[in-house]
Design a protein around this ligand. Structure first.
Ligand SMILES: Cc1cc2nc3c(=O)[nH]c(=O)nc-3n(C[C@H](O)[C@H](O)[C@H](O)COP(=O)(O)OP(=O)(O)OC[C@H]3O[C@@H](n4cnc5c(N)ncnc54)[C@H](O)[C@@H]3O)c2cc1C
Length: 478
């Protein structure tokens, strides 16, 4: 399918001028941060003035992952508190609320202190519901927020209900590139340097990239979906949610942002005004006809989009992020992910919490986000329903890899998939190296996608996005 728009995030149009070096020798460091998105850069920011030698690596360019494709709302009303109360506890929902307010304060403080120009704008943020079931849920969410003295307004109409408060929007890449410039004065940053394996030897972790190793006393996994599976069992504790986004020119900026059950928008004003619109969020194992989802998005507006993209984030079974020690008995390997689509606040918190753990300081949120926390029956039910969706998608794709909506140029032969285009053939192994899930082809983006954990590969099988560490290119045996 040909859609004549820029098939990338609006933020990526902002020029990236200062790329960093690639690792070209073995090195030793106190702290290695793997992943240079919102999480890795936030941890770097909070460690840059410590006495520790800190090094940050990214397999691609800094800030070109999930963080470059968000809608970039900074908000403490997220439609999450009732879900956290039910799948964790009331006290944890309140603690999470306090953490989000604190994170916004920290983020604003960094922007002010470092004079970062990132189109930060105060907006009235609404959460909106228009079905009886969603209205009841939103009213309960409002009651929770009011009981914590949040400053929330209500809008009651015959056919909808909304709550609102003042929050912010910004340009994520202007912020992240500025963080990178600030951090790079004090820490080493390497791009196009992928960590493929981590092994513990004596008091060090030996982290291997393709050709070189980094010996680190402490490691922070800030790589969104971690590439190592055990002992954390992330696929049982979370699922990947995918959403479709577009940006189109709009005549005015009404300085609001809105979220509802399955859509959200905000405005972005620079030389021109854009409305950034997101919809059709779904578990990655559902709605395998990605073309149809893009068409649904485009057909929901009268205007012509100028940018079109998709993004995915990890949703945890109790809606609380994972920030902390990977194992209870191992102080020195830390992880942060699972932000339930609220990465600006949670990655900023991760920066503070993980740096506090590393620097042996107290932090009030360590137990809330601990990876070793227990789950109640609703969280376990969430886990089971995700396993069911992934299992169903696995079987459907295994039994019948060829889909009726694929164009006639895609063929499947045993474990191989062949795409014919312009007199050339692109052959890949149709199986994700991460956990063996059969792949689907996304004809809008021209990529192979894993419908279990969101790895992506280009048409010739080169791995573009983890958790897979390997390509799927097919080599004829000689
Ligand atoms: C549709 C959508 C809209 C969203 N909108 C908002 C919003 O409005 N507000 C908000 O607060 N949040 C939002 N989010 C959430 C937010 O985008 C994410 O939670 C956040 O960006 C995650 O940041 P990260 O640093 O963990 O991941 P990333 O930005 O993906 O960074 C991880 C980095 O690790 C690197 N990496 C991976 N593996 C390796 C390896 N082996 N070696 C070296 N490097 C590696 C990658 O290249 C990447 O650069 C949204 C999410 C989605 C899906």
């Amino acid at each position: 399918m040909v859609i004549f728009v820029k098939k990338n995030s609006i933020w990526l149009d902002y020029p990236y001028k200062e790329s960093s070096k690639t690792l070209e020798k073995d090195i030793t460091t106190d702290v290695l941060i793997i992943g240079g998105g919102m999480t890795g850069l936030s941890v770097s920011y909070f460690l840059k003035d410590s006495n520790l030698k800190v090094c940050l690596v990214d397999k691609s360019l800094i800030a070109h992952g999930v963080s470059s494709k968000m809608t970039a709302k900074i908000s403490y009303i997220q439609g999450n508190y009732l879900k956290i109360k039910n799948s964790s506890s009331l006290s944890n929902a309140k603690k999470y609320f306090l953490s989000q307010k604190e994170a916004i304060g920290i983020l604003l403080n960094i922007i002010n202190k470092e004079h970062i120009s990132c189109n930060l704008e105060e907006v009235l943020t609404y959460i909106y519901a228009d079905t009886p079931k969603e209205i009841v849920k939103l009213q309960k969410e409002k009651n929770l927020l009011s009981s914590w003295q949040a400053n929330i307004e209500e809008v009651k109409k015959d056919n909808y209900y909304a709550i609102s408060t003042t929050n912010y929007v910004f340009h994520p890449l202007k912020y992240l590139y500025a963080l990178k410039r600030i951090c790079e004065k004090k820490i080493d940053i390497y791009e196009n340097t992928e960590i493929k394996s981590i092994k513990k030897e004596d008091n060090y972790f030996i982290c291997s990239s393709n050709n070189y190793t980094i010996k680190a006393k402490k490691v922070v996994l800030a790589c969104h979906y971690p590439f190592s599976l055990f002992p954390f069992l992330l696929p049982l504790r979370s699922y990947v949610e995918k959403s479709y986004l577009m940006a189109y020119s709009y005549p005015y900026n009404n300085h609001t942002a809105l979220l509802s059950q399955n859509k959200s928008y905000r405005f972005y004003e620079d030389k021109k005004i854009y409305k950034i619109y997101l919809s059709n969020s779904h578990n990655i194992g559902n709605h395998l006809n990605r073309k149809k989802e893009y068409y649904k998005l485009i057909n929901s507006i009268k205007e012509r989009p100028e940018y079109l993209w998709e993004n995915d984030d990890l949703i945890t079974i109790d809606y609380l992020p994972f920030i902390g020690k990977l194992k209870s008995n191992e102080e020195n390997i830390l992880l942060s992910t699972g932000y339930n689509t609220w990465g600006t606040t949670n990655a900023t918190l991760a920066g503070k919490i993980l740096s506090d753990i590393i620097l042996k300081k107290e932090n009030p949120y360590i137990s809330l986000f601990s990876l070793q926390r227990n789950y109640n029956y609703l969280a376990i039910f969430n886990s089971l329903s995700n396993i069911f969706i992934n299992g169903k998608s696995y079987l459907i794709n295994k039994i019948n890899p060829s889909k009726k909506w694929y164009s006639s140029d895609i063929f499947f032969k045993k474990n191989k998939a062949i795409i014919k285009s312009n007199n050339s053939e692109h052959i890949v192994i149709n199986k994700c190296p991460h956990m063996g899930c059969p792949l689907i082809f996304n004809e809008v983006e021209n990529v192979w996608e894993c419908p279990c954990h969101a790895s992506k590969f280009d048409i010739d099988g080169k791995c573009l996005k983890g958790p897979s560490k390997q390509d799927i290119s097919y080599q004829e045996k000689k």
